[in-house]
Each structure stands twice: as structure tokens, then as C-alpha cells.
Ligand binder design. Structure first.
Ligand code: SF4
Length: 356
């Protein structure tokens, strides 16, 4: 748990001042509906993050190290959902680096899913039969402290258009593949003309049936769901599935609900995956409210992942036995279709492993 005292350091960090004032006062640029402007206006400085939230503009000794390893990035649209003056806010906890990220913990490694073993072409990860991941963007709109790809070598996996042709050849030749998944980073951090180009190439491969997108951007910046995105999603012959990433019900405000309605209007099936995180959603009440809220806005709960053991995130870990007990209690609270599947991803396994 973060305490006010642990977060509070000196207040004289004027050199980091980005003009932030108290509360969620936004500049016209921050209020812009242009998602790319919102992306570039994201808070990228831990001092500014605290100051925007009315927390003593403070810093933890050692937390700057976490920021140096994996920089703070929080768009204002997400920041506006964080409670002012509350260092334990469950959304803040997902984005604020802590000193504990520098701890070395046995079993927590830089590539917990051993993805380096499964990259046969630039930008391609092929772990499971029938489906492949395409790293459609090396960037994210937000940097989540628990991310299992926080050490991923994106520089080696950002294909040029020519390299994508090599990757597409791999898909053309393997007729067992029926689903392509846009992943990242966050694939929706890429411009729509690039994504539309890739979606068109994929639609030309006759054995592909589905295009799935794993993204957090419609949650973080709901204005990302604009006409250009909806146009190419609605135009492809492939069935479209979007798996968003929401860990706490407070992440779903009216703007997110409206973005989800626009996606459903374009024929997109909406699913959610969450990560079970210590201090954020590791209680039955929060998980039940999350499932109910997801369904209210047209999203089906899909997966509840236990934490992948990535270096720097051990303080978020909930042991498997505790996770199973939580989910068994949750099952007594929710209709079956609102229950996410509790899973762990184990390198080398043919699918995710159900835990309960
Ligand atoms: S949005 Fe997803 S890929 Fe990006 S940092 Fe968060 S968890 Fe990782």
C-alpha cells in the first residue's frame, strides 16, 4: 500500500513544472478530440503526475530509477478518472512507479513468457496453433507498471512495410492460421492508414477468418475510437474482435461507454482481459463491480490473468492459491456469463492454463 508519507517528498521541483494546476483543469489542447494530440500531451513526468493529482509534488527515493527503466506515461483522459489527493487510488497505482520496482525477486525475469523463442519473422509472435500476434505498434498510450512486455525489444520488432511483406508471406504459407491478432505495445497507437493497409493485406489471405485487436487505447483515450478507425474496422471482410484491458470499474466513465457503443455499432465483438493486481483489484467486491460494469457497457469479461512474473512488478503479485479462492467466491456472486476465466500463461504450453 502506498502511504501519503511514502509518496511525499520535497515540493520544490519547479524545474519539472509543466504548467499543471490543481485538479483536472485541462488546456484546450488537452480537451481536443484529436487522439494523437492527446497522446503527445500525456503526462511523462512523475513530478507532474503527482502535482496534477494534488499530491505533494514529491518523489520516492529509487522511484526515479523505475521511471528511467520504464517511463511514466499517462494521458489526461485517464488522469481525469484518478481521485484527486488519493495516493492509493487504484488507477494511480497502475501507472505510478515505486521504489520496489528496483527489487530483484527470484523468478521475476525480463521475458517471463519466453517470447524471444517464438519470433519467426519481424513483428510476428507465433506461440499458439491457428493464431499469430502481429506487433502492430511499439508504443503504448499509457505505461502500466505491471506490463509483462515492459522489457520487450520493440526496436527489433518494428517492421518496415517491406519487412511486413516477409511476415505476411509466413501467414500466407501456413494455412492452419485462421486468426491474426494486432498487439504491441498498443496496436491502436499506430495511425489508421497503416492499420487499414495491414488489415487489407490480411483480408486478402483466404484462410484468415478473424482479426483480433488487443488494445487499451479506447479505455485510456476514448476519442481514439473515431471515424477513421470505425471505417476500416467496418470495411474488412474479417470478423473483428477487440479485447480491451480494464482492471478496475473506475476506469469506465461515460466517454469509455460511448466509445464501446461506437465499436459495437461497427460490428466489433468486445471482450475484456484484466490482470489480478495486489492493492488494485484483489478483492471480490471490486471484481464483481468490474464484471457488472463491463457488461453494462457491452463488454464480456473474458480473462482474469494472474500476474506474469516480470522483473519490476513483484509487488503486484497475488499467489495462485489466493487467486483461486477469490474467484471461487466471485462465482457465488455473479451469473456465469459475467465470470472471467482465471488463467496463467505458462511458456511452452499450447494454450493459457485455467487455474479455477
Ligand atoms: S497498455 Fe498493455 S502493452 Fe501497454 S504498457 Fe499497458 S499492459 Fe503493457
Amino acid at each position: 500500500m502506498i502511504t501519503r508519507t511514502s509518496i511525499a517528498l520535497q515540493s520544490e521541483n519547479a524545474e519539472h513544472d509543466d504548467g499543471a494546476s490543481k485538479g483536472a483543469t485541462l488546456t484546450p489542447r488537452q480537451r481536443s478530440q484529436d487522439w494523437q494530440a492527446q497522446l503527445s500531451d500525456a503526462v511523462r513526468d512523475p513530478y507532474a503526475l503527482c502535482r496534477h493529482l494534488g499530491l505533494d509534488p514529491a518523489w520516492l527515493p529509487g522511484a526515479e530509477e523505475g521511471h528511467a527503466l520504464f517511463p511514466v506515461r499517462v494521458p489526461h483522459a485517464y488522469l481525469s478518472r484518478i481521485r484527486h489527493g488519493d495516493p492509493d487510488d487504484p488507477l494511480l497505482r497502475q501507472v505510478l512507479p515505486l521504489e520496489r520496482e528496483s527489487d530483484s525477486v527470484a523468478g521475476f525475469v525480463s521475458d517471463p513468457l519466453e517470447e524471444a523463442e517464438h519470433r519467426p519473422r519481424p513483428g510476428l509472435i507465433h506461440k499458439y496453433r491457428n493464431r499469430v500476434l502481429l506487433i502492430a505498434s511499439p508504443a503504448c498510450a499509457i505505461n502500466c507498471r505491471y506490463c509483462f512486455r515492459r522489457h520487450f525489444p520493440y526496436a527489433e520488432n518494428s517492421p518496415s512495410r517491406g519487412q511486413w511483406e516477409t511476415t505476411l508471406d509466413y501467414l500466407r504459407q501456413d494455412t492452419s492460421i485462421n486468426e491474426a491478432i494486432f498487439s504491441g505495445g498498443d496496436p491502436l497507437a499506430s495511425p489508421d492508414r497503416r492499420l487499414a493497409w495491414l488489415a487489407e493485406r490480411l483480408a486478402d489471405i483466404p484462410h484468415l477468418k478473424r482479426l483480433r485487436l488487443h488494445t487499451r487505447l479506447p479505455v485510456v483515450i476514448p476519442d481514439r475510437v473515431d471515424g477513421a478507425l470505425l471505417d476500416w474496422l467496418a470495411a474488412t471482410r474479417l470478423q473483428t474482435v477487440m479485447v480491451v484491458h480494464i482492471n478496475h470499474p473506475n476506469e469506465i466513465d461515460t466517454h469509455v461507454a460511448e466509445a464501446m457503443a461506437r465499436l459495437r455499432g461497427a460490428g466489433v465483438t468486445l471482450l475484456n482481459q484484466s490482470v489480478l493486481l495486489r492493492g488494485i483489484n484483489d478483492d471480490v467486491e471490486t471484481l464483481a463491480r468490474l464484471s457488472e460494469r463491463l457488461f453494462e457497457v457491452g463488454i464480456l469479461p473474458y480473462y482474469l490473468h494472474v500476474l506474469d512474473p516480470v522483473e519490476g512488478a513483484a509487488h503486484f503479485d497475488v499467489p495462485d492459491a489466493e487467486a483461486v479462492t477469490l474467484v471461487e467466491t466471485l462465482r457465488t456472486r455473479l451469473a456465469g456469463f459475467l465470470m472471467p476465466r482465471l488463467v496463467r500463461e505458462i511458456p511452452g504450453e499450447a494454450s493459457k492454463t485455467p487455474l479455477a
